[in-house]
Design a protein around this ligand. Sequence first.
Ligand code: HEM
Length: 172
Amino acid sequence: MRRLPPPARKALLTLHLVTSLGWLGADLVLLTLGVAALRGADPAVVYPVAALIGTVLFAPLSVLVWLVGVASALLTPWGLLRYRWVLTKLVITTVMVGLVLFLLTPNLRHAGALGVALPARDRADLVIAPAVSTSLMVIATVLSTYKPWGRRPAARPTVAGPASHDRAATRM
Ligand code: HEM
């Protein structure tokens, strides 16, 4: 895969940060709304707003985060499957995108349509789901900054040593 020149790589990293941390922010908003409804805020107001944010912002952003994340790996020396921290983020984000598109978004739409009539169990789900996904995104952010666990054995270079490759990956 062709590698990016430094200015393009910085632009891609900026896009990756804006989209992924924007996704985390939107998730915190959904969590706030879910908790507010449990604590007595008007469900006829809160759930339609949550449905709007879920459908118009959170779901499209999740696909964008996945695409830009994969591009950030493929177009830099990190690679997609070479480092454990990148691979773990790929798995976390892929699972989350699936859950957001096929579980959370339909549930939010359902809650928005029902409002006050939403059963208590479904109300709790609208707190648990954003709490779990926020935690996973915080884990993804920590993995990104600490970059733990090194390279996967199958991805270790045979000619240049791992240390030299690690330096190449982090250089911009
Ligand atoms: C498909 C999923 C993802 C992949 C494959 C991925 C991959 C990468 C790669 C390769 C870099 C390094 C880019 C570079 O050096 O130019 C990076 C940086 C970063 N990623 Fe992700 N990422 C994904 C999802 C996420 C998510 C969900 C978050 C947070 C919510 C996140 C937060 C960050 C942060 C904060 C950095 C900056 C680290 C630094 O520059 O030291 N990423 N990501």
